[in-house]
Write a protein that binds this ligand. Structure first.
Ligand code: HEC
Ligand code: HEC
Ligand code: HEC
Ligand code: HEC
Ligand code: HEC
Ligand code: HEC
Ligand code: HEC
Ligand code: HEC
Ligand code: HEC
Ligand code: HEC
Length: 474
C-alpha cells in the first residue's frame, strides 16, 4: 500500500497531475478490456501456465475476477476453488495461523497469508511440482530453530523437510506424529483380504436401484422407431445397470426435468429426442460423480465455478491438448463421462484400467500390466481372484470412499489422491499394506515410474523418529 502511494507521489511530481490521471485511467481501462472484453486472449498470456491450470488459462477471469483489488482478489479466487479441499486436508499452515498476531513476525520473510507468496502463475519454467514457485529450502524462513527443539533434526538440510515421507506444507494427514505412532507396528496385509469392509459394503449398497422397482428388458425400450432399430444398442442397454434399475432411453435422450418419472411405451417425451445427448444429463442422477469429475484434471474445464465467466472454456479437454504422453490413437477424443463409460453398457471393470490405457501412455501407466498389482488385476478379470483384493488404476486414482451415513462412492476427481502422493496412503495403500511400506514405496520415484514392481529402494525413518520421541530412552 505504502509503496503504491510512494509511486503515486513520485510520478505526480514529474507529471502534470491531470495528464498523469488520464494516462493511468486509460491504462487501467485498457488492462480491464484485455482481461474482460477482448475475445481471443491467447496472445495476452504473459507466460506458460502451470500444470494445474493450463486448461483454464484463457479464462482469465477465473483468477483475475476484477481488474482492481490486486492480491485480495486473486486470494479470493484461489480460495473459491481450493479452500474446501485444503480444509478437508486439515491444512497444517492455514491462513489463520498467520493472521494470529503471535506469528506476525514470521511474515517478514514470507507473507504466507497469501497463496501467491508461494504459487505464482504464468512462469512455468520456474515452477516446481505442485505449482510451487519458491526455493526448496523455504521452510527455513520460519523454522530455523527446529534443531534446538528437536535434536533428531540436527544437521538436516532445509531442502529435505518437505521431501517424500517427511512433511508436507499443507496436507500431513498420513504424516502426523500421532498417526505414525498409532500405525507403527502394523504388518502388511498384502495378499490377504483387504482390511476395510468399506469395499464389501460398497457391493451391497445399491442405493439408486431401490428408487425404481421394476427392471426393464429389451421389449420395454421406449424410443423413436429409428433409434430402436439399433439392435446392439438396445441389447446393450437391456443388460446394463440402467435397464436393471428401470432407467429407460428417454431418461438420457430427452431434456427431462424429472428423469426418474416412469417411462411409458406411449411416451410423449420422445418429442424432445436427441440422438447424441451430451453428458449434462448424467448429472441429473449422478451429482456426486459429476462434482468429482469437474474438480480434477479430467473434467475441470466443465467446472461450475467457472460458470460466471464470459470466457469460460466451452468444451471438454481434448486429449490432443494434453501435456502428458498420450496414446496417439486417442488424440481425437475429448474427456467426458463416456470416455470411461459406454453410456449403454457401463462396465466398471473396463472403466478401471482398460479405458485409462486407451489414453495414457506415460511409462508409469504402461508398466502397470507387468506389475504385481497388474497381475492381480488380470487374475480378477478372469475370475480367479476376488476383484476386491486386486488393484486397478482406479483403486489408486479413483478410490471408493466412505461418505456420510455410510454411503460409498467412487472418487471421480483423479487428482484428489495424486499429489503430494502421501494423500494415497490412507484411502488406498493402507487397505492392504502397512504404513511404513506405503511411505517407503511412495518416496521412491523410480518405483512409481515402474508402477510398484518391487521393494522400495530406501527406508524413511519418520516412524522410528516419532516412536523415539513418544517414548524417549531412559
Ligand atoms: C489460475 C489462475 C490464473 C489465470 C487463469 C490467469 N492468471 Fe494472470 N496471474 C495469476 C497469478 C497468481 C499472478 C501473479 C500475481 C503475483 O505474482 O502477485 C498473475 C499475474 C498476471 C499478470 C501480471 C500483473 C499482475 O496482476 O500481477 C498479468 C498481466 C496477468 N496475470 C494476465 C493474465 C491474462 C491476460 C490471463 C488470461 C489470458 C490470465 N492472467 C489468467 C493467476 C492467473
Ligand atoms: C476455477 C477454479 C480454480 C482457480 C480460480 C484456481 N485453481 Fe488451482 N487448480 C484448479 C484445478 C481444477 C486444479 C487441478 C486439480 C488439482 O490439482 O486439484 C488446480 C491445481 C492447483 C495446484 C496444484 C498443481 C499441481 O500441479 O498439482 C495449485 C498449487 C493451485 N491450483 C493453486 C492455486 C492458486 C494459488 C490459485 C489462485 C491464484 C488457484 N489455484 C486458482 C482450479 C482452480
Ligand atoms: C508458504 C508457502 C505456501 C503458501 C502460502 C501456500 N502454499 Fe500451497 N503449496 C505449498 C507447497 C510447498 C506445496 C507442495 C506440497 C506440500 O508441501 O504440501 C503446495 C501445494 C499446494 C497444492 C497441491 C497439493 C495439495 O495438497 O493439494 C494446492 C492445491 C495448493 N498448494 C493451494 C494453495 C492455496 C489455495 C493457497 C492459499 C490459500 C496456498 N496453497 C498457499 C506452499 C504454499
Ligand atoms: C511463513 C512461516 C512458515 C513457513 C514458511 C513454514 N511454516 Fe511450518 N509452521 C509455521 C507456524 C507459525 C507453525 C505453528 C507454530 C509452530 O509450530 O511453530 C508451523 C507449524 C509446522 C508444523 C507443525 C504442524 C502441526 O500441525 O502441528 C510442521 C510439521 C511444519 N510447520 C513444517 C513446515 C515445513 C515442512 C515447511 C516448509 C515446507 C514449513 N513448515 C514452512 C510457520 C511456517
Ligand atoms: C444412461 C444414458 C443413456 C441411456 C439410458 C440410453 N442412451 Fe442412447 N446414448 C446416450 C449417450 C450419452 C449417447 C451419445 C454417445 C456419443 O455422443 O458418442 C447416446 C447415443 C445413442 C444413439 C446414437 C449413437 C449410437 O450409439 O448409435 C442411439 C441410436 C441411441 N443412443 C439409442 C438409445 C436407445 C434406443 C436407448 C434405450 C434402449 C438408449 N439409447 C438409452 C445415453 C443413453
Ligand atoms: C435417470 C437417472 C440416470 C441417468 C440420467 C443416468 N444414470 Fe447412470 N445410473 C442410474 C441408476 C439408477 C444406476 C444404478 C445404480 C446402482 O447400481 O445402484 C446407474 C448406474 C450407473 C453406472 C454404474 C454401472 C454399474 O454397472 O454399476 C454408471 C457407470 C453410470 N450409471 C453412468 C451413467 C452415465 C455415463 C450417464 C450419462 C450418459 C448416466 N449414468 C445417466 C441412473 C441414471
Ligand atoms: C479419453 C482419454 C482419457 C481416459 C480414458 C483417461 N484419461 Fe486420465 N487424463 C487424460 C488427459 C488428457 C489428462 C490431462 C493430462 C495433462 O494435463 O497433460 C489426464 C489426466 C489424468 C491424471 C492427472 C495427471 C497429472 O499429472 O495431473 C491422472 C492421475 C489420470 N488422468 C488417471 C486416469 C485414470 C486412472 C484413468 C482410468 C480410470 C484415466 N485417467 C482415463 C486422458 C484420459
Ligand atoms: C477416467 C474414467 C472415468 C470417467 C471420466 C468417469 N468415470 Fe465413472 N467410474 C469410473 C470407474 C473406474 C468406476 C468404478 C470404480 C470401481 O469399481 O471401484 C466408476 C464408477 C461410476 C459409477 C458407479 C459407482 C459410484 O460412484 O456409485 C457411476 C454412477 C459413475 N461412475 C458415473 C460417472 C459419471 C456420471 C461420469 C461423468 C460425470 C463419470 N462416471 C466419469 C471411471 C470414470
Ligand atoms: C498402486 C497405486 C497406483 C496404481 C495401481 C496406478 N498408479 Fe498412477 N500414480 C500413482 C502414484 C503414486 C503416482 C505419482 C504421483 C506423484 O508423486 O506425482 C501416479 C501418477 C500417475 C499419473 C501422472 C503421471 C505424471 O507423469 O505426471 C498418471 C497419468 C497415472 N498415474 C495414471 C495411471 C494409470 C493409467 C494407471 C493404470 C494403468 C495407474 N496410474 C496405476 C499410483 C498408482
Ligand atoms: C487391494 C490391496 C492392495 C492395495 C490397495 C495396494 N496394494 Fe500394493 N500390493 C498388493 C499385493 C497383494 C501385492 C503383491 C504382494 C506380493 O507379491 O508379495 C502388492 C505389491 C506391492 C509392491 C511390490 C512389493 C514387492 O515386494 O514386489 C509395492 C511396492 C506396493 N504393492 C505398493 C503399494 C502402494 C504404494 C499402494 C498404494 C498407493 C498399494 N501398493 C496399494 C495389494 C495392494
Amino acid at each position: 500500500m505504502s509503496s503504491d502511494l510512494e509511486q503515486l507521489t513520485q510520478s505526480a511530481r514529474f507529471w502534470p497531475t491531470g495528464l498523469w490521471l488520464a494516462v493511468t485511467t486509460l491504462l487501467v481501462g485498457f488492462f480491464a478490456w484485455l482481461l474482460f472484453g477482448a475475445e481471443d486472449k491467447s496472445w495476452l498470456l504473459i507466460g506458460e501456465s502451470s500444470h494445474g491450470h493450463y486448461q483454464i488459462e484463457l479464462s482469465c477471469e477465473s483468477c483475475h475476477t476484477s481488474p482492481f483489488g490486486g492480491k485480495e482478489v486473486l486470494q479470493k479466487a484461489c480460495e473459491q476453488c481450493h479452500a474446501e479441499a485444503l480444509n478437508e486436508a486439515h491444512d497444517s499452515h492455514p491462513k489463520k495461523k498467520f493472521t494470529d498476531p503471535r506469528n506476525a513476525d514470521r511474515l517478514e520473510a514470507l507473507d504466507a497469508r497469501y497463496c501467491v507468496a508461494c504459487h505464482q502463475e504464468h512462469q512455468n519454467e520456474y515452477t516446481d511440482a505442485m505449482g510451487v514457485t519458491l526455493p526448496g529450502d523455504f521452510c527455513v524462513d520460519c523454522h530455523k530453530d527446529i534443531a534446538k527443539e528437536r535434536p533428531s533434526h540436527q544437521g538436516m538440510a532445509f531442502d529435505t523437510c518437505a521431501s517424500a515421507g517427511c512433511h508436507n506444507y499443507h496436507d500431513n494427514r498420513a504424516l502426523y506424529e500421532d498417526f505414525l505412532v498409532t500405525h507403527a507396528t502394523e504388518t502388511s496385509f498384502a495378499g490377504k483380504q483387504p482390511r476395510r469392509n468399506a469395499l464389501e459394503r460398497y457391493l451391497e449398497k445399491q442405493t439408486l436401484h431401490s428408487t425404481r422397482t421394476a427392471p426393464l428388458g429389451a421389449a420395454d425400450a421406449s424410443a423413436p422407431a429409428d433409434a430402436l432399430q439399433n439392435a446392439p444398442t438396445v441389447e446393450a442397454w437391456a443388460n446394463s445397470a440402467h435397464a436393471l434399475s428401470g432407467i429407460n432411453c428417454g431418461a438420457c435422450h430427452t431434456n427431462d426435468s424429472n428423469p426418474m418419472a416412469p417411462d411409458r411405451a406411449d411416451d410423449t417425451r420422445h418429442a424432445g429426442w436427441q440422438n447424441t445427448p451430451d453428458i449434462t444429463g448424467c448429472r441429473n442422477c449422478h451429482e456426486n460423480q459429476w462434482q468429482g469429475f469437474t474438480q480434477g484434471h479430467h473434467g475441470m474445464r466443465l467446472d461450475a465455478r467457472l460458470a460466471g465467466n464470459k470466457n469460460k472454456p466451452a468444451s471438454p479437454l481434448q486429449v490432443a491438448d494434453a501435456r502428458l504422453p498420450m496414446n496417439p490413437d486417442a488424440g481425437h477424443q475429448s474427456l467426458t463421462c463416456n470416455s470411461c463409460h459406454d453410456p449403454h453398457e457401463p462396465d466398471l471393470k473396463k472403466a478401471a484400467t482398460e479405458a485409462c490405457l486407451g489414453c495414457h501412455a506415460d511409462k508409469h501407466s504402461q508398466n502397470f500390466n507387468r506389475s504385481p498389482h497388474g497381475q492381480l488385476w488380470q487374475q480378477a478379470l478372469v475370475d480367479t481372484r476376488d476383484i476386491e483384493s486386486a488393484v486397478s488404476c482406479a483403486t489408486c486414482h479413483m478410490p471408493r470412499l466412505l461418505g456420510e451415513q455410510g454411503a460409498i462412492h467412487v472418487e471421480h476427481n483423479q487428482s484428489s489422491t495424486l499429489r503430494p502422493n502421501e494423500k494415497m496412503i490412507r484411502p488406498v495403500c493402507m487397505n492392504c499394506h502397512s504404513l511404513s511400506e506405503s511411505i517407503d514405496a511412495l518416496a521412491d520415484p523410480l518405483l512409481i515410474e515402474r508402477n510398484f514392481d518391487r521393494q522400495p529402494a530406501g527406508h524413511i525413518l519418520s516412524i522410528e523418529m516419532a516412536l523415539k520421541r513418544a517414548a524417549p530412552a531412559k
